[in-house]
Structures are given as C-alpha cells and as structure tokens.
Design a binder for this molecule. Structure first.
Ligand code: PLP
Length: 414
C-alpha cells in the first residue's frame, strides 16, 4: 500500500504505480501500458454482480470500467490534490462535462466566473442552459460579493477558475466556498493553470476539482486528457458512474501512461516555469513597448496579496499588452524565434497566442471589449527553456516593432 504521508515530490514520482504490476513476479518499476480491453476472471459465482469486481483489490473485468494504467494515474492525481477519489477522463472538457452532469439536473442554477475558459462558457450556455434548462449566471467573481448576489434557491453549483485566462484574474476560493455552502451548493474549481503543486482548492473548501491534464500535469504537449478529484463520496459515486457507464469518457491506457510519466517531473517543471515567468514578467513590465503585464507574481498585480495567500506559487502563464496596434502585433509575432504561435499552454516549450484572433475569436467584438480582450493582448505560456534565450528573443522582437514601424509612435519612445 502507498504511504500517504510522503511529500509531494515523492508522490509525483512513484505514487500509484507499484501496485499495478502486469503479472505475479514481474516487478516493473514503471507501470506498463495495459492495452487489454478485457480481463479473464477466475470463475463465476451465483449472485455475482459488477460491483463485486473491485479494481482496488487487483480485480479487473473490462477496461472501460477499470484499467491498471489508468488507475495508477487516478490514484496519483488524487494523492497530489489531497483527495480520496480520482478519475481520469478523455479531456479537460470531458472532466468539466462529467462533473457538471454529476451535479446538475434540469431546473438547477449555476453561478460561474465570467472569465472562464471559452469552451466551458459555451458548454454552460449551449448544452446545460439551452438544452437541459439549467439557469446560468456569469459574474465578476474577483469580488465574492458578486457571487453572493447571484445565488438563488435553485443554485446547485458554483464554478470557478483561478487564475483565469488570458487576463489572469483571481477569485478567493475560501470565501466563495463559504458562500456556496451557505446555499447548499457545491463549489467546483478548474485548477488547470496552477496544478496541485501551486494550489489545492479542496483544502480551501472546494468540493470538486478538475484539470485539463493536457496542460501542466502532462506537461509535454503530446496528450489530451482530463482529471476530476473529490473527497465527496456520494459525488464520487455519481462521477464514477458517468465516467464508466453513463458517458464512458475514460482516458486511454496510452494517454494515462504519458500523463503518469509527465507528472514525475511536475514539481521540477512548475518551479522552472514560475522562475522563468517571473523573470519575463519583470522584464516586460519595464519595457517601453509594453503597456501592461498581467502576472500574479508581480507586486503591481491588483490581486497579488490574494495570490500570496491562496497559492504556493504564481504559475507559468502571463499576458501582456503591447503599445501598438494589430499590425505591430503581427510584426512582433513574426519576429519571434522561441515562441511558436499556438493555442494551449503548460508544456515545457514556450508558446504565444493572440486571444482576439485565436482563443477568443468566437466572441463578438462587444464581448471581447467587455472582457478587456484587445487587439494588442498576447498570452505567453512560459516554458522551461533558458530564460536568457527567451528574454533575448522577446527583446529583439520588441525592438523590431519600435524601429521598423514608424506608424506606431507609442513603440518608439525608448
Ligand atoms: C482552464 C482550462 N480548462 C479546461 C480546458 C479544456 O481542456 P481540454 O482541451 O483538455 O479539453 C482548457 C483548454 O484550454 C483550459 O485552458
């Protein structure tokens, strides 16, 4: 049995794997990729049911229900978030849909952060609201009072993400948990941006936490996956039913293996992401061609105190507003060598994206304006490369817009 008193670093490397040996006498150090879709069982017994086959006792029946590689991952994610139940599903989107489906029924109401990942907002609007008749209110949750004001008798779920993307707004998890629980509602938190290494929402009062493991947990931009963790036994029962039977959206053995492997270096990577991101944020903040930098590790971030209180680190994602227009942004992006233009984040390689034309292009101009998503806004997922290389690359690209484009006077002030 694994020892739950191990430190985060030790559990990241080994937790959950040693129990999943492929055959008696074969003591793999790393869990194998168990590809078999079905398993032979020793015998049938009168009155036997599916519930009698218990993967936690090393008994397996069919891979959709339980798979040793996936179970190793589920045990590790639960341990790292300090939870008693973990589920690995086919994407972060599936983690959100499965969790919400386990909680909501028609007529219920959800209070959600207006700054959520766009896919989550679309899911809440088009699927839960329009199709399943679940009421949804999006609020500015940077102030918990706005959450409190939106609560109704029918509110069954409060859904938060912190920090948000791309403007890096935070919400106070403990304060919002109190509000949710006072109304008998559950609090769900998308912890994708920080990973359990930097933030543990269950310890702050959340009832359920989800991840897009596609991002920092796997960390190598080579797998799409999701995870759900909770301490709530009844909720876990419902999520397990949906994962295995109601929806069947479990993670494949191969993706489970990749994510287990990626998670071995989670603490090392997160520390390097943060160190690089802080150095880049400080450099950009001082640069005359940059109007604003959004990163919770900067003292200038309006919620820096909350970040220090509820997070153990500031993460690896930041955004900046260039002092130029769309043409200047295009020039800047074209001059970069170390920042491929791509959506997603959390991999060891740095990426840059332009929310107005990429992740947030489905929004109307008015919606983008209301959220503060301007044409000059860029999001950077800062990787683990040498920070001098990243800084040099940014500096070179910034100096090119200021010297080559005289149509942008704000960039020529240095
Ligand atoms: C915060 C957040 N949650 C959830 C998701 C969805 O994850 P996936 O792409 O793995 O479905 C994303 C994707 O970008 C995200 O940024």
């Amino acid at each position: 049995m694994d020892n739950n008193s191990n430190s985060f670093e030790t559990m990241s490397v080994t937790y959950g794997e040693r129990d999943q040996s492929p055959a008696p006498g074969v003591e793999d150090v790393v869990v194998p990729i168990h590809l078999s879709s079905t398993y032979s069982i020793p015998r049938i017994e009168k009155g036997m049911s599916l519930e009698d086959v218990n993967a936690d006792d090393g008994e397996y029946l069919y891979s959709r229900l339980a798979n040793p590689t996936r179970n190793a991952l589920e045990h590790r994610i639960a341990a790292l978030e300090g939870a008693s139940h973990g589920f690995a599903v086919v994407s972060g989107t599936a983690a959100i849909a499965t969790t919400m489906s386990a909680i909501l029924t028609p007529g219920d109401h959800v209070v959600a952060f207006e700054d959520l990942y766009g896919g989550t907002k679309s899911m809440l609007k088009r699927f839960f609201n329009e199709r399943l008749n679940v009421g949804v209110d999006f609020v500015d949750a940077t102030d918990p009072e706005n959450v409190a004001a939106a609560m109704r008798d029918e509110t069954a779920l409060v859904w938060m993400e912190t920090p948000t993307n791309p403007l890096i707004h935070l919400c106070d998890i403990a304060a919002i948990a109190e509000i949710a629980h006072a109304h008998d509602a559950k609090l769900g938190v998308d912890n994708t941006f920080l990973s359990p290494y930097f933030q543990q929402p269950l310890a702050l009062g959340a009832d359920v936490v989800i991840h897009s493991t596609t991002k920092y947990l796997n960390g190598h931009s080579d797998s799409i996956g999701g995870a759900i963790v909770t301490d709530d036994d009844a909720l876990a029962e419902e999520i397990g039913f949906l994962q295995q039977i109601g929806l069947g959206a479990m993670l494949s053995p191969f993706d489970s293996y990749l994510t287990l492997r990626g998670m071995k270096t989670l603490p090392l990577r997160m520390r390097q992401h943060e160190q690089n991101a802080l150095a880049i944020a400080r450099f950009l903040e001082e640069h005359p061609a940059v109007d604003a930098v959004h990163y919770p590790g900067l003292e200038s971030h309006p919620q820096h105190d909350l970040a220090c209180e509820q997070m153990d680190g500031f993460g690896g994602t930041l955004s900046l507003e260039l002092a130029t227009d769309l043409d200047g942004v295009v020039e800047f992006l074209g001059a970069l060598q170390h920042f491929p233009l791509a959506v997603s984040l959390g991999g060891v390689e740095s990426l840059i994206e332009h929310p107005a034309t990429m992740t947030h292009s489905p929004l109307t101009q008015a919606e983008r304006d209301a959220l503060g998503i301007t044409d000059s806004l860029l999001r950077i997922s800062v990787g683990t490369e040498a920070v001098e290389d990243l800084r040099y690359d940014l500096d070179t690209a910034l100096s090119m817009i200021s010297t080559t484009d005289t149509a942008h006077p704000t960039t020529t002030q240095s």
